[in-house]
Design a protein around this ligand. Sequence first.
Ligand SMILES: Nc1ncnc2c1ncn2[C@@H]1O[C@H](COP(=O)(O)OP(=O)(O)O)[C@@H](O)[C@H]1O
Ligand SMILES: [Mg+2]
Length: 411
Amino acid sequence: MKLMESDGSTPSTFPALGDTAYDVVVVEPDALRRSKLVMLVGGKGSRSFESVAALAEAATSGTPTVAVFGPSLADDEGFGPVAALTDDHPEVGVVLVADQLTTALLQKALRSGVRDAVVLSDDDDPEELFTAIARVGSWMVALGTRPVGNAPAIAPGKVIVCFSTKGGVGKSVLSTNLAVALAQRSERPVAIVDADLQFGDVAVLLGVTPERTVMDAAAAIHHDDPELMRALVMKHEASGLLVLPAPVEPSTADQIRPEDMLAIVNSMRNFCGTIVIDMPPRFDDMVLALLEIADEVLLVASMDIPSIKNLKVGMQTLDLLSLAGPKLRLVLNRANARVKLDVKDVEKALGLDAQFPIPSDIAVPQAVNRGVPVVLDNPRSPSARAFEDIATQFLAEAGVEEPGKRRRFSR
Ligand SMILES: Nc1ncnc2c1ncn2[C@@H]1O[C@H](COP(=O)(O)OP(=O)(O)O)[C@@H](O)[C@H]1O
Ligand SMILES: [Mg+2]
């Protein structure tokens, strides 16, 4: 990277500085390299630190921050403390600048919690670094769009995601029915967000016409106006559930960035008690980000070998990202299906108790075809009772007192 252009003028610095909602700081033990980086990314007035410890001490503000780690930190020892730093300061995202980047080094860096890494030698165009900073910066802003300032002093909404790496296992049926059951029984608003941007069918399952979708919310989110968000979300009249459907035009789905989705969900936490998210059947940046911010992850599996195998691979991936643990709960759909799999065997294979079994039930496809969730269409059916039981469990854990008449739903 260049410190000075040949004509003596200073080179361009990070373009959007000053306009951004996040800080950019530099961490580099070597004084010369540090000042070069500061000139490049920070410009005047930007803060720099000679060690990770010094940054950790200074970072107290909660302001979204991109920490650019210089080349002297591009080894195990250098980025080792990143995990501890970002645990204490989740508002800090680290971009590593290295002279060289092997796959092994990149892997180690990412595992340590570095969000992005860029190769930059003296003659390289810094564009790639600027892009990385902007990307991580908007990421940190989105993660930080949780209730602050003049938001009412109530707990932010709880996020429940329904996930599986396989399609057709019942994620959408579960998320719509759980959301409707919770909406009917909760004081605070309950919302459902369809994050299966390409093939989402939440609107169809609820029988609502998607007048406004995640697409509109993504466009509105940059106004940073919770009232606007609230006005955008549609209502499912029969239950009072707030609905944010997937885009109507599947081809537009890739215009929605992971950080948009995070910002949408975090903004909804301001006015919702619970947000249920129906997920697509794969791992991508958006899915990982949503799994990260989720309070509860409902892993959905049906009782067949491919589904269980898929789930096991999925769980191993989740483990790798240290997302496993108390957040994970297993929902075994069609748990009574006449197949040779025993629930006990499945639990053993996955190392997880099937906390929520849902029976195979003809009332489900009947309700699906009517565009009415089974908890409304046929509340006495075995599947509806199972969905109500899941809602009961969540409400009990949240300490919500329920009117006695609802008890008939419990088994
Ligand atoms: N418990 C169940 N009993 C009977 N049919 C079910 C059950 N759960 C799901 N189904 C059927 O499986 C289909 C796929 O479910 P869906 O929720 O759309 O899967 P996913 O969202 O995981 O792709 C639904 O249309 C429904 O008819
Ligand atoms: Mg689905």
